[in-house]
Design a protein around this ligand. Structure first.
Ligand code: FA5
Length: 343
């Protein structure tokens, strides 16, 4: 037994040195330390030895057991390490190489034209000192109508066909709800814009969608007049179209502005001759706007005797249509990759 115990350690070390996989190491562990393993057998047979030998051999066997366990651990560790080194060596990726996307193999993603124009508008307005605000798509009656001077009995509610939720809330029909939220978080003087998606229960045609995008704008300061409004609108259109665009301002009714206007631009699809987008009129309604109604300021806890303001609500889909000559609004939500990949 003594002789056997002397050779066990050397044999286990030798076997470990030869091994090259975790399965082989496990076999070695079972062979020497398992329930029926060589060392376990020796420890079990200690009872047959004389008390003097039992102590010495038992101690030695336990030392050897610990050494084999340590050797197994370090072999596992060194295998792990060399596997890692091999992986680094064999499976490295040259991230500087051109990918199929850059060499024309795979199509590259890009911003949707509406997002693109939205970010452009944000840049134009932030460069003029406006702050960009956000608001929820599911709104309350208060923010979408009530605080915009449209009480529940008001016939103006019918101007915007609304998707109501069962709990009495609604999908916001315009970004004007963001104005109201803006007045709650900002004290005058302030200039804010609020881009976002809006929803209306509309019959769909070449220029009407049920889901579309707007950018709201609001400026509140002392002595704001229509001249301020026209100035900002002209800067906006010039920056977007990179040229002077023919506009016309006609009276428009919105309960939250007084006076209210419809700012139309000369149809850029047909050059004013008449087409399905401009409904053969040569003009496209793009930008309703006006001076903020005193009641709306009051809802925002702003004194209308001291402050005044202008507001506008720009339809983004129609703006993109004018810019790129898109003749049907339904393309935007069509999911047709041939359409979006043109931008
Ligand atoms: C409004 O939504 C007002 N909240 C705008 C406003 C804001 C007026 C601030 C005054 C002061 P209107 O319903 O006209 O107004 O819509 C604004 C713009 O959204 C339109 O000029 C048009 O460009 C776009 N739009 C309206 N309905 C649709 C639709 N169904 N599909 C696509 N675009 C639409």
């Amino acid at each position: 037994m003594e002789e056997k115990i002397h050779t066990i350690l050397a044999r286990a070390q030798e076997a470990l040195a030869q091994s090259s996989s975790s399965e082989e190491i496990e076999e070695i562990r079972v062979r020497f330390l398992g329930r029926k393993g060589e060392l376990t057998q020796i420890l079990r047979g200690l009872g047959e030895l004389s008390p003097e030998k039992r102590g010495a051999i038992g101690k030695r066997a336990n030392e050897i057991k610990a050494k084999i366990e340590t050797a197994i651990e370090s072999k596992i560790e060194s295998l792990r390490h060399s596997k890692f080194i091999r992986l680094i060596d064999e499976e490295w990726i040259d991230v500087s190489l051109n990918s199929p996307a850059t060499t024309g193999g795979l199509a590259r993603g890009h911003l949707h034209p509406i997002s693109h124009i939205q970010y452009e508008i944000e840049d134009i307005f932030t460069s003029m000192g406006f702050t960009v605000l956000d608001g929820p798509e599911v709104e309350t009656d208060y923010y979408n109508f009530e605080a915009l001077n449209i009480p529940s009995y008001h016939p103006a509610r019918d101007m915007q066909d609304t998707f109501w939720t069962e709990d009495g809330n609604l999908l916001r029909t315009h970004t004007s709800a963001i104005q109201v939220r803006g007045m709650e978080t900002h004290r005058p003087p302030f200039k804010v814009i609020g881009p976002g998606r809006v929803f209306r229960y509309e019959a769909i045609d070449a220029s009407h969608e049920n889901t579309f995008y707007q950018v709201e704008g609001m400026m509140v300061d002392r002595n704001i007049s229509v001249a301020h409004l026209i100035y900002f609108m002209k800067v906006l259109l010039r920056e977007i179209f990179k040229k002077e665009v023919t506009i016309r301002l006609r009276p428009g009714y919105f309960p939250f502005v007084e006076p209210g206007f419809e700012l139309d631009i000369h149809c850029l699809i047909c050059g004013g001759k008449g087409c399905s987008v401009c409904k053969q009129s040569g003009w496209v309604e793009l930008l309703p706007c006006g001076l903020v109604h005193p009641n709306v300021l009051r809802y925002g806890k702003i004194d209308p005797d001291e402050w005044s303001g202008f507001a506008f609500g720009l339809g983004l889909n129609r703006l993109v249509m004018m810019r790129y000559g898109i003749n049907d609004i339904r393309h935007f939500l069509s999911g047709d990759i041939r359409f979006v990949s043109q931008f």
